[in-house]
Design a protein. Structure first.
Lengths: 429, 257
């Protein structure tokens, strides 16, 4: 067979709208394209002229799966501009809120979007017919993440309680206590999840990736840290634009990020794990070891194990935070408005997210730039397809298409994070 | 046994949050999945059943020519079409482009404007095809979603009260944030459904559920001005996720939007 074209017009079990096409000629991959045809929504344009204080509520609407990631990046960037130092307990609550989002998003991806690939079902709902208890436990686990978000943020999708300077209202210690009891159950569920996904059958596909994530001296990164990479990058967030650039190219369907010096890179759980293994809790490290992971994992199909290890960490961290919580004297701090430029990066469940704002002396946003994780991973996903499809050519078309889908779902791509995503015509010449 | 109703979930321009609400119904999801045949729901399943659907849930707004055609096909293939969330019922936050120069918007975000194909507007599904029922909210309420599905399965009309958030505050026993604390609040003109979430968190309502039935927004704006909101602040308050819902749009435009 001289030529084969494997394509899928609508990717399932990803957040948003995407498709892919791989062209094979004479046994070699000629091209691999991940097309993201989510309609553009122009957040960065309509943020101009809005009040700085509106950024967390507006940018949350970029993504219903990881709204906290957008809210956190926005409030920290604005606080830098205004010179606001938040209360340590507010910092703790934000970290707790983010743990809730990690649990909710990771469990959604592991069980509802990704595990069906390995267990051979179309969906978790189909999977429930044979594995009812497993799916019910997964839903309960996910619900605990959502309830952490409900308690701290007001609701799980587009939380309403986050503001520049802190929160509108902070919980009492007693509000968090019932969560702790359920999180103890979740710790067992997380450990069981690691054990389960470690038994899946993984194709042997590894590449030499440049991993990029935040790194913080004292903790596994969520809300702050330096931007580091597995090839030696170590910069403050303020230098992000010196080292990273976004390119709008005709053959792709998104603004693609790259490191100016070296090209494509990889963000998300595998990157955080590789660069922050020493900051995981002993229990999370032990779970990783028992699942057969080294300190670095280069096989994106095994990202499901890394994601599960991160749920162990997020549950344990949430328990630690709840135990340490004392309500702050005031839920938020305010500061006089002043003009300035500020940027910040946090770790969304699917990887590093970067926001950059300029505001005027009346607090109006002059410019906004948002780099979501999937825009950064998209070139790496295409390179994975190019590199790996050649090894899968013995599969028939249907199996090969399925394998390609899995290779994309490894990244938990969130196509709705649509700030940069667009439909465009591809000129095939 | 009667055949199970066939359910489809569709996405247009949106953040995915409203269809995620279905997966977030952790306690009810498997019961719902047992009562219906989930025939099309690409966010959750690879499986796809072609043909016609008894109920289609539609998330998102129409922003491209392709989607303007696609919604017609969805309508043709659906016995009952329900729009879920502010994007589908009003055009969403992306409808802010309706009040701006789209060419300029494109050039702000993209280096090569010639690659972008988008309509000048973001519009509600009901502006393109007849809609049988709508669930408000940014995002929708899980409780209302479960009520909707239960009602459709039972062949009755869903109960989603069209009164304002104010009524929910009174039912909940909340102290009025506007009267007691002078906090600007859209509750008096905003459709119920969130169970007065923001006032319960010491925050004024910011209109996620869009206008209630027959609101008196002009009167509220007068009170908000007394609390110190200038024209720009009033414009911002009415121009978020439901800016293209008629009553909010009119009030936005009345203040210079």
């Amino acid at each position: 067979m001289a030529g084969r074209t494997i394509k899928l017009d609508y990717l399932a079990r990803v957040e948003g709208e995407g498709a892919f096409k791989v062209v094979v000629r004479n046994g070699k991959v000629k091209s691999a394209e991940l097309r993201l045809f989510e309609p553009p929504r122009f957040f960065e344009a309509f943020l101009r002229g809005r009040a700085y204080s509106e950024a967390p509520d507006i940018t949350a609407r970029i993504c219903g799966i990881c709204p906290v990631a957008y809210q956190m990046a926005a409030v920290h960037a604005m606080e830098k501009i205004l010179g606001i130092k938040i209360d340590p307990q507010v910092r703790l609550l934000r970290r707790l809120l983010y743990c809730g989002e990690w649990i909710e998003s990771h469990v959604l991806h592991i069980y509802m979007l990704h595990a069906p690939d390995f267990l051979g079902y179309d969906s978790a709902i189909h999977m429930a017919k044979d594995h009812g208890d497993l799916v019910r436990r997964a839903l309960e686990f996910k619900k605990i993440g959502n309830d952490v978000m409900n308690t701290v943020g007001g609701r799980e999708i587009h939380p309403i309680n986050v503001r520049v300077g802190g929160f509108y209202k902070v919980p009492r210690k007693a509000d968090l206590a019932p969560l702790a009891e359920r999180l103890k159950w979740a710790r067992e569920a997380a450990l069981d999840t690691v054990k389960l996904v470690a038994t899946f059958d993984f194709p042997d596909n590894e590449r030499d990736y440049e991993f990029v994530s935040l790194r913080h001296p004292n903790e596994y990164p969520l809300n702050e840290g330096r931007v580091v990479s597995s090839k030696g990058l170590d910069i403050p967030v303020e230098d992000y634009d010196k080292h990273f650039e976004e390119v709008h190219v005709a053959h792709s369907t998104a603004l693609q990020s790259q490191i100016r010096e070296r090209g494509t890179y990889f963000v998300g759980p595998m990157a955080r794990f590789a660069l922050n293994y020493d900051k995981l809790t002993p229990l999370a490290q032990q779970a990783a070891r028992e699942a057969g992971l080294g300190k670095v994992c280069n096989n994106p199909f095994k990202s499901i194990i890394v994601r599960a290890v991160e749920t162990v960490y997020a549950v344990e961290e949430a328990l630690r935070l709840i135990a340490a919580y004392e309500p702050p004297a005031r839920p938020y701090v305010e500061a006089p408005v002043r003009a300035g430029v500020g940027c910040h990066a946090t770790e969304a469940p699917r990887g590093l997210i970067y926001h950059n704002y300029q505001i005027a002396d009346d607090g109006a946003i002059m410019s906004a730039r948002i780099v979501p994780p999937t825009a950064q991973n998209q070139p790496t996903i295409e390179k994975d397809l190019t590199a790996y499809v050649g090894q899968w050519l013995a599969l028939d078309d249907k199996a090969l298409q399925y394998r390609c889908e899995q290779a994309i779902r490894n990244y938990d791509p969130c196509i709705s994070c649509s700030t940069h995503f667009l439909k465009l015509d591809v000129d095939r010449g | 046994m009667a055949k199970k109703p066939r359910l489809a979930v569709w996405k247009f321009a949106s953040c995915d949050g409203c269809q995620l609400s279905l997966l977030d119904c952790e306690d009810e999801l498997l019961a719902v999945a047992g009562a219906v045949d989930i025939a099309y729901f690409p966010e959750a399943t690879r499986g796809e059943v072609s043909g016609h659907y008894d109920v289609s849930l539609v998330e998102g707004s129409v922003t491209t020519e392709h989607d303007a055609e696609r919604i017609k096909e969805v309508r043709e293939r659906s016995k009952i079409l329900v729009t879920i969330g502010a994007c589908a019922t009003a055009g969403g936050i992306q409808a802010l482009k309706n009040f701006a120069d789209v060419k300029q918007y494109i050039s702000v975000v993209y280096a090569h404007p010639e690659y972008i194909h988008t309509l000048a507007t973001s519009t509600a599904i009901a502006e393109h095809v007849p809609v049988d029922f709508e669930l408000r909210g940014c995002p929708i309420s899980k409780k209302q979603l479960v009520e909707l599905v239960s009602a459709l399965l039972a062949g009755r009309k869903p109960v989603t009260p069209p009164h304002s958030v104010c009524v929910e505050c009174k039912l909940k026993g909340n102290v009025c944030v506007m009267v007691a604390h002078g906090t600007p609040c859209l509750g008096p003109v905003t459709h119920a459904g969130c169970n007065a979430l923001c006032p319960s968190f010491d925050r004024g309502c910011f209109g996620c559920y869009g206008p209630q039935e027959a609101p008196n927004a002009a009167s509220l704006s007068g009170e908000l001005a007394k609390l110190g909101l200038d024209e720009k602040a009033l414009r911002h308050l009415y121009s978020t996720f439901n800016v293209n819902a008629e009553d909010f749009r009119k009030e936005y435009e009345r203040h210079g939007g």
